[in-house]
Write a protein of this length. Structure first.
Length: 177
């Protein structure tokens, strides 16, 4: 009986500890990201709601900078568009243990403090200079090779030289809770 209780309690702890995941289906392949509502509840709520509503479906990664990041989430495809689920920018969320210390971090793109909307980026290298400037809300768990494939696309001279020559599209983002 004690063994059954221990197993049951362990299982319950695992259930409570699991975070939602986002499966990005892109024209280059799939990327799976563990979302972290414990670090940034509003950013996760915004992203999950947009994903479930199909907001990101068909959008492109409009900004790609080698040895830095890939960026998407703008319905205009220019880097100037997008809005949050609240139809206004929302505040930054900085957790002390959430730092840009590795590649594969999902964070909110912004235009300055407290200007988060729908745009996001995934880092391809550690980017310490972004600490305290961008809200981290997830980590790539599978498909980092796809992130690198997207990072490798050729870009042109527009938008500071970081607009891809070929459209890399987000076909869909599926949330598993």
């Amino acid at each position: 009986m004690k063994k059954i209780l221990v197993v049951l309690c362990s299982f319950m702890l695992l259930l409570e500890a699991s975070n939602p995941t986002a499966l990005f289906e892109t024209t280059k392949g799939n990327i799976q990201i563990e979302l972290r509502p414990d670090l940034a509840p509003k950013a996760v709520e915004n992203f999950v709601t947009h994903a479930k509503n199909g907001y990101y479906n068909g959008l492109i990664f409009h900004r790609v900078i080698k040895n830095f990041m890939i960026q998407g989430g703008d319905p205009t495809g220019t880097g100037a568009g997008g809005e949050s689920i609240w139809n206004k920018p929302f505040e930054d969320e900085f957790a002390p243990n959430a730092v840009f210390d590795k590649a594969g971090i999902l964070a909110m793109a912004n235009k300055g403090p407290n200007t988060n909307s729908s745009q996001f980026f995934i880092t391809t290298v550690p980017t310490y200079w972004l600490n305290g400037r961008h809200t981290i809300f997830g980590y790539v768990t599978e498909g980092f090779d796809i992130v690198k494939k997207i990072e490798a696309v050729e870009t042109n001279g527009k938008y500071r030289g970081d607009k891809p020559l070929e459209d890399v599209k987000i076909i869909s983002i599926t949330i598993k809770e």
